[in-house]
Design a protein around this ligand. Structure first.
Ligand code: SF4
Length: 230
């Protein structure tokens, strides 16, 4: 079907965040979960597993991330066990993920530091997590949210794109979107928003030509910046 221009219409319901989450849960119920939530559901929910898994997941497909993490965690699930792995062995275990060599170096380095500087326990602040090489705001927030169960908003490209399209925030970068969401999104949705919007963004509110015509959010979504859709 060729792309079509969006109709000019003001027939939108007020944006209700509770109703939005009800619709999101329904929309993604049968879609594959984002890697970190799929790992959590398989029991890999410790802060260390979430930290390492998030690092592995960067630019790696969700299915691959889950498979690689399951292989790796069968061998090493703690900082001490990970730190004891030879680098070549860790690179081999990361086979399939993108950039296995630098990721192996980052994982080994942070494992050694957690053992040496934090008594073997993953630190539980964004600042301390982001002090590890290779760990940015998204990985730190996922570790905080899924690993520690602490309120943190993990904003990736999907969360950034979709919340701006809704008109719920108006922010030019993922970092600014995270700040805006922490100011406006009720805390009990801080973890769930990433869980729902990653599959929603991969399959429905896609980067190019989102599936607006059949989207459950259409009556509320302002479709900011959407010029064509399916
Ligand atoms: S209506 Fe379109 S832009 Fe809005 S959330 Fe749905 S797919 Fe995305």
């Amino acid at each position: 079907m060729p792309p079509r221009a969006l109709p000019v219409t003001a027939d939108k319901e007020p944006f209700d965040i509770d109703e939005a989450f009800r619709r999101l849960r329904q929309a993604v119920a049968d879609l594959p979960k984002a890697a970190m939530f799929a790992l959590r559901d398989r029991g890999y929910d410790s802060p260390f597993e979430q930290l390492v898994g998030s690092l592995i997941s960067a630019r790696t497909r969700d299915e691959t991330t889950v498979a690689v993490c399951e292989r790796l965690f069968a061998v090493a699930r703690t900082p001490a066990d990970m730190a004891a792995l030879p680098e070549a062995e860790l690179i081999r275990l990361l086979n399939g993920a993108t950039f296995p060599e630098p990721k192996a170096r980052d994982i080994l380095a942070l494992s050694h530091r957690i053992v040496a500087e934090h008594g073997g326990a993953v630190p539980d602040t964004l600042e301390e997590l982001m002090a590890f090489h290779g760990v940015g705001p998204k990985i730190a927030a996922l570790t905080m949210a899924v690993g520690f169960g602490m309120p943190a908003v993990a904003v990736d490209v999907h969360v950034h794109r979709i919340t701006n399209r809704w008109g719920f925030v108006a922010a030019p970068t993922p970092e600014r979107t995270m700040v805006a969401l922490m100011a406006t999104l009720p805390r009990h949705y801080w973890v769930e928003i990433n869980e729902r919007l990653v599959p929603f963004g991969k399959w429905i509110c896609t980067g190019e030509r989102p599936r607006c015509s059949t989207c459950l959010m259409l009556s509320m979504c302002r479709q900011v910046g959407v010029t064509t859709h399916r």
